[in-house]
Design a protein. Structure first.
Length: 418
């Protein structure tokens, strides 16, 4: 796997006035083509500091690529051009054709002085310039001491287009072999996953770099093969699926909602939702996925008891006897939405996200999730003790994972424990 370094330029970055999103985006996308980024360095608008940062990164073996972002515009605080000129000891020239192009481009739009246009059209002789379809600062490409340099503008949207339209071709993706794998897990904590994988991974730790990347919704297990044996990752994947297949939702960029949608489509099953504490968030996640209209008929956000009663036909007796956040009401909600929207599956959630509204019997964090499938219902109680936003995220993910397991026949509908 090739190694890279990223240098971000700008006083606004090191002073904290602007967040560096470019290095994060570049690191992720470089990883997708088997380039591991080893470092990110932020430097102010100072040519000497920029040159020093470049020299330091060049000394780090085995760096093959250096990406420099920011500071190639025409204003006085754009110092990267001067730093690169000094670093390469290169002559410069005025690209009259590009100056003419810039003059025409800015004639009818944003007014820029001739002095700034001339500065932007100055070029270095030892550099290849790449196109920038969305800006005036042209990216630089050159190779020095076996290290490939890409000097890019600082605007995130421009970087993304330049990367996709020019840089990928320069990297020559076809020559790079895939030796990285990301598996995604749901319904299991990072600690438990780590414990269960310990015996599977222990024989590979000398040749495979392992990273656990958890969030509220899923856990990403990232495996990077550092050996020449290209069969190792497949071997590990097969072992993991044999031991933890129920928890693994897929690999690569797949999301939990995409995994659920894929199964629904393959089985030809339709889905409807009745949401209370999640406020429509599960519906949003599903409809964010292309193809959701094939299986998702709709949802009702029944936040109040009045809406639960009117739209889902939940009787007053249920509220009086059990309360809105209860096993019984959740189950009745999933049954009702399946009937009302005429779907194979109805799923419901009702809970207390807080920070207020909890009692000793029903504390903040309590939630019930229910699934009705072909007139059979499965309802489960959870308690997620996190803040309001976290409660919504975890509840939505837990519900989707419950649905995934049901679709894989991993749920026992005869289990009626409350």
């Amino acid at each position: 796997m090739s190694k890279s370094a990223i240098i971000t330029i700008g006083d606004e970055l090191i002073s904290g006035y602007r967040l560096d999103t470019n290095s994060k985006w570049l690191s992720k996308n470089l990883s997708d083509v088997n380039i591991q980024n080893l470092s990110v360095v932020s430097v102010g608008d100072d040519p000497n500091a920029i040159i020093e940062a470049i020299a330091n990164e060049c000394d780090k073996s085995p760096i093959r690529y250096i990406f420099i972002t920011g500071g190639i515009g025409p204003t006085d605080d754009d110092c990267t051009y001067a730093a690169i000129k000094s670093f390469l000891k290169s002559d410069e020239y005025l690209d009259k054709d590009y100056l003419n192009e810039l003059s025409i481009r800015f004639k009818y739009g944003q007014k820029i002085s001739k002095k700034l246009l001339i500065k932007q059209a100055m070029k270095l002789r030892d550099v290849e310039y790449l196109p920038n379809l969305n800006g005036s600062a042209l990216p630089m490409f050159f190779v020095r001491d076996k290290i490939t340099f890409f000097v890019l503008p600082g605007v995130p949207s421009e970087i993304k287009d330049i990367y996709k339209n020019s840089i990928l071709a320069k990297i020559n993706k076809s020559k790079l072999s895939r030796d990285e794998l990301t598996l995604k897990f749901a319904g299991i904590s990072e600690t438990v996953l780590h414990e269960k994988l310990e015996s599977v991974l222990k024989n590979y730790l000398k040749t495979v770099k392992v990273s656990f990347l958890p969030n509220f919704r899923i856990i990403n297990l990232r495996l990077i093969n550092t050996s020449e044996d290209k069969n190792i990752l497949k071997e590990i994947k097969d072992n993991i699926l044999a031991n933890l297949g129920d928890y693994c939702i897929g690999e690569g960029d797949i999301t939990l909602e995409n995994a659920v949608l894929k199964i629904l489509i393959s089985k030809g099953l339709t889905l409807s939702l009745a949401e209370s504490c999640t406020g429509g968030y599960i519906s949003k996640l599903i409809t964010d996925c292309a193809g959701s209209s094939m299986v998702f008929k709709g949802s009702i956000v029944a936040y109040s008891n009045e809406v639960k009663a009117k739209e889902l036909s939940i009787s007053d007796d249920f509220f009086k006897n059990y309360g809105a956040v209860s096993f019984e009401v959740a189950e009745e909600m999933s049954k009702s939405i399946a009937r009302k929207l005429n779907t194979d599956i109805g799923m419901s959630v009702t809970g207390i996200s807080g920070p207020d509204g909890g009692t000793e019997d029903k504390p903040v964090g309590l939630v019930y999730i229910s699934i009705t499938y072909l007139n059979k219902s499965f309802t489960k109680k959870f308690n997620f003790r996190v803040n309001r936003d976290g409660h919504r995220l975890i509840t939505a993910s837990t519900a989707l994972n419950m649905l995934r397991l049901m679709l894989l026949n991993k749920i026992d509908f005869s289990d009626k424990k409350k």
